[in-house]
Design a protein around this ligand. Structure first.
Ligand code: IFM
Length: 451
């Protein structure tokens, strides 16, 4: 089976991870600029100050995308570049950068997909309480309106938040990401409730432009994968995936039920108990704005089987199984079960908005970057996605993470996720073998999986 003719083959990035130009043209700090200065917070004390210098080299990067044959490019907007203090004065130069990037993409025949928030909260807003402040909803709505009014004339696909689970869990609960807080679960769920309300307001602001838009949300997919296809194991996977644990916020349903069903799931309300946020009249209606699609970021999952009394038993990975250096379990069937089980519960079109592998790579003696492990990984994962589609899951596109090697948050520049290698000293870009593999996959619309 090949993919539908209009299937979107893309690649994704995020502002702080590639743009650099941290103080150029009026940009002010985000929580990440500040967190990177905290001793010991980031591997090798790396920062996103320069990163891939994409802010100044975007035309070259779009040319590379065109050579790859990308049909779409997913990138995020830096809030502190557009509104440096988070609210108030708009920085025309910052907004203009995205406008020029979009023109360049469209001229190259590449559709832009925008993410409004990929973790870089303006520091000025953090100092006003950040997502714990109920007013954060208005701040985000104001920012979204500015961006949408300028860019919806050329951009059809919009996502509000990237990986709500990660920036809440790592940023506010464990403190391993910016802003580095270690709050109670009650505060984290309150912040999350405000983010969901901000999401609702942003959807309204994008639609208020009157443009022909498609709006979505891009959480971590976090699949549970049954050990077998037996109905009991599949039921166990559903249970694992839909029910909440109490010590983290990685579950999908806590975030997606409010959006698609207008309520927090009962089981999770029981599980979180006193930590459940107070809901004011109108909150759930605001959150439950109709969406056109769901983005899923999927790298790995958990394998389960049916235990006694209908419980979901978590299986430990076989000894010696494959892990990326960052500790991501290589489990291709996560790209089958994730979309399938999510689609069962929320039957809207899906885009895989992130998938890929971080490796430790260098330029080899022949001047090339050979990455057979990434090629094998992609071959296996994308084949599983195709299987999900053959079984009826409505998947409209796939975005490889990432286009370029880039700043991998607390891991600095140690891990490389790109199809294109970046020499951070010279800023030279070298397409890896996987870039050529992906180019052929796009050219054949997935047919080369069968070569
Ligand atoms: O680099 C990150 C990205 O910012 C969010 N999703 C996971 C990627 C790899 O860890």
């Amino acid at each position: 089976m090949t993919f539908p003719a209009d299937f979107i083959w893309g690649a994704a990035t995020a502002a702080y991870q590639i743009e650099g130009a941290a103080t150029d043209d009026g940009r002010k700090p985000s929580v990440w600029d500040i967190f990177c200065r905290r001793p010991g917070a980031i591997w090798n004390s790396d920062t996103g100050d320069v990163a891939c210098n994409h802010y100044h080299r975007f035309a070259e990067d779009v040319r590379l995308m065109r050579e790859l044959g990308l049909r779409a490019y997913r990138f995020s907007i830096s809030w502190p570049r557009v509104i440096p203090d988070g609210t108030g004065a708009v920085n025309a130069a910052g907004l203009d950068f995205y406008s020029r990037l979009i023109d360049e993409l469209l001229a190259a025949g590449i559709q832009p997909f925008i993410t409004l928030y990929h973790w870089d909260l303006p520091q000025a807003l953090y100092e006003r309480g950040g997502w714990l402040n109920r007013e954060s909803t208005d701040w985000f709505a104001e920012y979204t309106a500015v961006v949408a009014q300028r860019l919806t004339d050329r951009v059809r696909h919009w996502m509000t938040f990237n990986e709500i689970q990660v920036f809440l869990n790592h940023g506010m609960l464990t403190g391993e990401h910016a802003p580095g807080d270690q709050l109670t679960m009650k505060d984290v769920l309150l912040a999350g409730h405000n983010v969901l309300r901000a999401h609702g307001c942003a959807v309204q602001a994008i639609r208020a432009t009157g443009a022909d838009v498609q709006v979505g949300f891009a959480p971590v997919g976090n699949p549970a994968m049954p050990e077998s296809n037996s109905s009991t194991d599949v039921a166990a996977a559903r249970k694992r995936m839909y029910d909440n644990a109490t010590d983290h916020v990685f579950n999908c349903t806590w975030w997606l039920d409010p959006i698609f069903r207008g309520e927090y799931p009962d089981q999770s309300v029981q599980a979180y108990g006193d930590a459940v946020p107070e809901i004011e009249p109108g909150d759930m209606e605001l959150i439950a704005q109709p969406l056109d699609f769901l983005g899923l970021n999927i790298y790995f999952g958990e394998r389960v089987r049916a235990g006694s009394n209908g419980s979901a038993e978590l299986l430990t990975p076989p000894v010696g199984d494959a892990y990326s250096p960052m500790g991501f379990w290589v489990v291709p069937e996560s790209l089958y079960w994730g979309p399938r089980l999510i689609h069962e519960r929320y039957p809207v079109p899906i885009y895989i908005t992130e998938n890929g592998i971080g490796l430790r790579e260098w330029v080899q003696r022949d001047g090339q970057v050979h990455d057979p492990h990434r090629i094998d990984y992609l071959h296996r994962y994308i084949s599983e996605l195709r299987r999900a589609m053959a079984d009826g899951v409505d998947v409209r596109g796939y975005f490889h993470w990432s286009l370029l090697d880039n700043f991998e948050w607390a891991y600095g520049y140690r891990e490389r996720f790109g199809l294109i290698y970046v020499d951070y000293e010279t800023q030279q870009r070298i397409p890896k073998d996987s870039a050529r593999w992906y180019q052929r996959l796009i050219e054949t619309n997935g047919g080369s999986l069968d070569d």
